[in-house]
Design a protein around this ligand. Structure first.
Ligand SMILES: Cc1cc2nc3c(=O)[nH]c(=O)nc-3n(C[C@H](O)[C@H](O)[C@H](O)COP(=O)(O)O)c2cc1C
Length: 260
């Protein structure tokens, strides 16, 4: 069973890759959070692996993933293998440590953890990678994934292959909390004149927070996954003043249907 969260498809590509190799079923965290009505209970098959795959947001797992884990109840757990893969533009700080701490709260271990560098989608601060960097990152990710899926299929324990970057404690411990508290809001999202009202932003929103009546309107909930912004087919969704001059990115190896 692989629980995944993804805004622009990188983490979904990784989750699908591992699922195809190991045969584990894929479960979307955002779908489950929207439809569960408070019950996040799953029964494990014998020796089923448990995976958590997600993007890094400000050197931590998305808050929705941590909230999901805090409510998770896994029946028939019997020393099943637990792994995690974080996708990132560059590095993940102490995100794996934070994930392991959250898993311990629901009495789950973390046997192995990995980070995979993927094209950057955080255009609120930076821009997307150049097409050449995007190509290089996706090719390198494919090679990294071949190693990772071997480790996971052999259920190797105590393997942590993560790029933490500099000052991981400060970034995850001190920068992430204010990002979650103050940095995530929907006030700056809007659709410009190019908007056709097609509804794509509403369909891809991980928080089920956009409604399109003519033009999209954002409610209060947001994970800052930026799916609305990147998946807009006419580049009409903007965040503040600068996003119109920036590029857009969606993972070329996943299909939009895989999300919906
Ligand atoms: C809000 C936000 C914050 C991000 N913070 C980081 C970060 O701290 N470190 C990093 O390397 N990449 C960061 N990124 C880049 C993403 O982690 C990366 O592009 C990821 O692969 C996207 O996965 P997805 O396509 O599954 O959504 C951030 C992206 C967003 C949208």
């Amino acid at each position: 069973m692989i629980f995944y969260f993804s805004g622009t498809g990188n983490s979904l590509q990784v989750a699908k890759n591992i699922s195809e190799f190991t045969g584990e079923r894929l479960v979307s965290v955002s779908n489950e959070m929207a439809n569960s009505q408070g019950s996040l209970e799953y029964t494990l098959a014998d020796s089923e692996r448990i995976g958590f795959v997600f993007p890094i947001y400000a050197w931590a797992p998305p808050k929705m993933v941590l909230d999901f884990i805090k409510q998770l109840k896994l029946h028939s757990y019997s020393d099943n293998y637990v792994f995690s893969i974080a996708t990132c533009g560059d590095n993940i700080g102490n995100a794996m440590k934070l994930l392991a701490k959250t898993l311990r709260k629901v009495k789950l271990p973390l046997h192995s953890g990995f980070s995979v560098r993927m094209p950057n989608n955080y255009i609120i601060m930076f821009d997307v990678d150049s097409k050449e960097v995007e190509r290089q990152k996706l090719e390198a990710a494919q090679r990294t994934l071949e190693d990772i899926r071997k480790i996971i299929s052999e259920r190797k324990r105590d393997v942590f292959q993560v790029v933490k970057g500099s000052f991981p404690g400060i970034l995850t411990g001190l920068v992430n909390p204010p990002f979650n508290k103050l940095g995530i809001n929907t006030k700056k999202f809007y659709a410009d004149d190019k908007c056709t009202g097609c509804g794509m932003c509403e369909r891809v929103c991980n928080c089920r927070n956009i409604s399109v009546q003519g033009k999209p309107r954002w409610g209060d909930r947001c994970s800052q996954c930026l799916a609305c912004l990147h998946y807009c087919p006419v580049k009409a969704v903007q965040y503040g003043k600068k996003s119109s001059r920036k590029g857009r990115y969606t993972n070329p190896n996943v299909n939009i249907q895989d999300f919906i």
